[in-house]
Design a protein around this ligand. Structure first.
Ligand code: NAP
Length: 339
């Protein structure tokens, strides 16, 4: 579908169709429904009953059986994909080929090559895409960037990030199914690698990784990353410790510390701190809903290249981590670009 016919198809609001009925859907649908100039017109499930149940629960007018049927609807301009990771590329590309904008859950895909295929399909279809990595869209993240770029922290020496949660899984959880892209590398390493990419303002050059496998999937990942100018980073991710979603960017003058970068703790101010060498702590608090800002950005007119490149680069780092694990933890180079 051309850009022109896409615009003709669009009403004044961008009409989203939801693909999948997972746990995260509940939260994101509420964010879609409360974003200006956005509405949710349909939800699709593999099973008609489940689609109907969710449509009733969320106040969505249309329940659809099958994902393909949702792509063919006249009342859908964009899709929100909340499927297991192994299905993201297939349905994001199918949506783009149907002329629909794409908001795809993280991880964007399984590999950097798949991520680029999504980007290519969306460009050919004349549609916009974002991965649903909310923290990158929070106003707090702009301040992170300003402090890192301005030299407020001095010269950056080391970055560390830890993302985990402790939750016994149901045996049918996609996170325990390697064939669906399960395991903590893609699920949580996505955030930690994305943070390193963001905070270093560049790409790691080399990585070395170690993993604990249980129930056939990675349950704990530890990795070391080497960046340019002697900067290093460490990441820790897993399903076997209590919730951690924090980072430290350590510079020669001060450290930037955040204890909830992936999503602000509920019922608490959105916060972060700068600690200097004398023990002085400068606290900062922020307002704003990162998911609504992300959705507004997708349906707006601003170029999305910055976030799209971040997603592709994050996959390049994850690819290198997998390659290191396949070679027994060897220090391996990170591909800097595709192609
Ligand atoms: N951005 C965030 O903060 C955040 C938070 C949590 C999760 N996520 C991401 O969101 C995505 C979905 O996660 P979730 O926890 O919501 O997943 P989930 O509860 O397991 O739901 C996934 C949905 O995918 C559909 N599906 C299709 N084929 C499937 C299969 N073979 N096995 C299982 N489900 C299948 C199912 O819907 P139907 O059967 O009804 O079609 C299911 O409800 C993942 O990529 C995850 O990493 C993001």
């Amino acid at each position: 579908m051309s850009n022109q016919s896409l615009q003709a198809k669009q009403s004044s609001k961008t009409r989203f169709g939801v693909i999948g009925t997972g746990r995260i859907t509940r939260r994101l649908v509420a964010d879609l429904q409360s974003t200006d100039n956005v509405t949710v017109t349909a939800i699709a499930s593999r099973a008609r009953d489940r689609a109907s149940w969710y449509a009733n629960q969320y106040g969505i007018a249309n329940a659809v059986e099958g994902y393909e049927a949702l792509l063919q609807r006249e009342d859908v301009d964009a899709v929100y994909i909340s499927l297991p990771p192994s299905m993201h590329a297939e349905w994001a590309i199918a949506a783009a080929e149907s002329g629909l904008h794409v908001l795809c859950e993280k991880p964007l895909a399984l590999t950097a090559d798949q991520a680029v295929s999504i980007d290519v399909a969306c460009r050919s279809g004349g549609v916009r895409w974002l991965d649903a990595t909310g923290w990158l869209h929070h106003p707090r993240t702009e301040s992170f960037r300003d402090w890192i770029r301005s030299g407020r922290l001095g010269d950056i020496g080391h970055i560390s990030a830890a993302v985990s949660f402790y939750q016994p899984f149901q045996s049918d959880d996609h996170r325990l199914d390697a064939s669906l892209g399960g395991g903590c590398i893609l699920d949580l390493g996505w955030y930690a690698c994305g943070l390193v990419r963001f905070a270093s303002l560049g790409m790691p050059l080399e990585v070395s990784a170690d993993v604990v496998i249980r129930e056939n999937v990675p349950q704990r990942l530890t990795a070391m990353l080497w960046l340019g100018s002697g900067v290093t980073a460490t990441i820790s991710c897993g399903y076997d410790t209590a919730t951690r979603k924090w980072f430290e960017v350590a510079g020669s003058a001060a450290s930037l510390i955040c204890d909830d970068f992936t999503r602000p703790w509920p019922e608490r101010a959105t916060r972060c701190w700068i600690h200097d060498a004398s023990g002085l702590v400068e606290g900062h608090e922020f307002e704003g809903c990162q998911e609504r800002l992300m959705i507004a950005r997708l349906v707006g007119e601003q170029a999305l290249t910055e976030w799209q490149q971040n997603a592709i680069d994050t996959h390049l780092i994850l690819d290198a981590i997998t390659q290191s694990l396949d070679s027994g933890g060897a220090r391996v180079p990170v591909r800097q670009t595709i192609g």
